[in-house]
Design a protein around this ligand. Structure first.
Ligand SMILES: Nc1ncnc2c1ncn2[C@@H]1O[C@H](COP(=O)(O)OP(=O)(O)OP(=O)(O)O)[C@@H](O)[C@H]1O
Length: 474
């Protein structure tokens, strides 16, 4: 239920003297409620309930409207006017603000004036105690700003050092709502199942809550960034780097850079070490998907002491860590279809050097029914913590070990690496961290279980939609 409006149904009757008299026939309540539509969309619908007695009517209102705990009353809203097709302000004013007003939600709205405005405002000035949640009107980049501001501020307020990789980070009490107004809106799609501003607004109004894991990325004990979706080195890092130079092209730049990077077929040498998540149920190869209601019972912090690190050295076309499926309208299966939003793990996908044809087979499997991990040159591990060191950053002893393991031809690859003019593969790629390029290639990544909460409920199974007669479905 979004709102209730009281109405009196009147009718007119003729008096004995011929004049008309208005009489009250029934008490009535107009209810605005959420109606499920196709493809995970929600819409507002209206219905009028009528009762014979005022007291009964009042009882209905109290029961319907106030039974739902956890609804936000005060929201802090940040609008990126330049995200996506630059429609953020219009989308908020025309589609979202009227719904918030109907639901009796008070808002404090900021239209960002520059990049990182929202992040810095949240870190320093925002009076967080006054609000129940933060609403982000924009795309994935804007959402990233919001989580950076909120996580940082929460740690500072409680005296935790957010720079230190070993600190146990604490979650904020504020939930985050995403009104999609960017170019890809991957996080919204993965948590709501559709990129539709009205649906997102309704999830905020009904007070949904979806916990989500966050990875912290450090380099030599120095904090770099947080990630909630994809950390990609090699192919996805190169595509992002190249596409940034083609911003003027709009979203088509991703396709062009993708084709270009596929044809250049660069591979990169390095060492990946990881802590497997051995105590969890499920693997990245499961047929089951992360769906609404799947949440690990309780939040926990990683304890690496009992688990053994594993190390893999090699030449990789891509190293990806997917903390969620990374499904989007273009790739509905995503990079790791069975990844979970809130189980305290990330799926580490290693694509070793292979032929162009094989790499294409792997990429195409993201869009069809076949298992993209069922290939000899691909491996996937569900992990809690991992490190990557590119070969040029490896210590002398590691390089000697590589040399002994891989034979003499390594000497020539060393020479080529030092002389890029020879046209061979470049020595290192960049990390694509949720769509931002990281400045360092040697990184340490830890998963923080359920560090943030969204106004969402995860993607619902289609069975819920089929069961329209079930009044408790919503
Ligand atoms: N007022 C502003 N002026 C310029 N840049 C801004 C402003 N406000 C936010 N930004 C930056 O704009 C970047 C892109 O914004 P956003 O994520 O909303 O849209 P997008 O890039 O089109 O969508 P997506 O990230 O989903 O592909 C963000 O990294 C954000 O930091």
């Amino acid at each position: 239920i979004i709102s209730v409006r009281e109405e009196e149904e009147n009718s007119s009757r003729r008096r004995g003297d011929g004049s008309w008299k208005k009489i009250k026939e029934r008490e009535g309540k107009d209810l605005l409620y959420v109606e499920r539509c196709r493809r995970h969309r929600w819409r507002c619908a209206e219905v009028t309930f009528t009762c014979s007695e005022e007291a009964l009517c009042h009882h209905w209102v109290i029961t319907l409207l106030f039974s739902s705990a956890g609804r936000p009353k005060h929201l802090l809203v940040y609008i990126n006017p330049y995200g996506g097709k630059q429609q953020g302000k219009r989308i908020y004013e025309q589609k979202v603000a009227p719904l918030f007003a109907l639901a009796g939600i008070f808002t404090h709205v900021f239209v960002t004036q520059h990049a990182n405005y929202a992040r810095d405002h949240l870190r320093t000035e925002a009076e967080l105690k006054k609000f129940d949640g933060v609403v982000c009107v924009g795309g994935d980049g804007m959402f990233s700003e919001i989580i950076h501001g909120l996580i940082w501020r929460t740690q500072i307020d409680i005296g935790v050092d957010p720079n230190c990789p070993d600190e146990i980070l604490l979650p904020s009490s504020l939930r985050i709502g995403i009104i999609p107004a960017g170019s890809t809106d991957c996080i919204c799609f993965a948590t709501v199942g559709t990129n539709d501003p009205v649906t997102s607004a309704l999830h905020i109004i009904v007070g949904d809550s979806q916990p989500m894991d966050v990875c912290s990325v450090h380099h030599n004990n120095m904090f770099l960034r947080y990630s909630v979706s994809l950390l990609g080195y090699g192919f996805y890092g190169d595509v992002l780097t190249d596409s940034e130079r083609k911003r003027w092209m709009g979203p088509a730049r991703y396709d062009l850079s993708g084709v270009k990077m596929f044809l250049s077929h660069h591979y990169y040498e390095g060492t990946v070490s990881y802590l497997p998540a051995s105590d969890i149920v499920g693997t990245p190869r499961d047929a089951a998907r992360c769906r609404s209601g799947y949440v690990r019972a309780e939040r926990y912090e990683m304890d690496d002491s009992d688990t053994e690190w594993r190390t893999i050295r090699g030449k990789f076309l891509a190293i990806n860590a997917a903390s969620m499926s990374c499904a989007c309208p273009r790739t509905p299966k995503g990079l790791s279809p069975a990844a979970h939003l809130a189980d305290g793990t990330t799926d580490l996908i290693l694509v070793r050097k292979c032929s162009r044809f094989d790499f294409l087979r792997h990429l195409l499997r993201h869009t069809n029914k076949d298992d993209q991990f069922d290939l000899t040159f691909v491996e996937v591990h569900r992990v809690r913590h991992f490190r990557f060191t590119p070969r040029h950053c490896q210590s002398d002893s590691d390089l000697e070990l590589d040399l002994r393991e891989n034979g003499k031809h390594q000497i020539f690859s060393q020479i080529c690496r030092d002389h890029p003019a020879c046209g061979c593969t470049p020595a290192y790629s960049s990390w694509n961290c949720d769509g931002e390029i990281l400045n360092h290639t040697a990184i340490d990544v830890r998963v923080h279980c359920q560090l943030i909460k969204l106004f969402a409920r995860g993607i619902e199974e289609p069975t819920v939609f089929e069961d329209f007669t079930n009044p408790c479905a919503i």
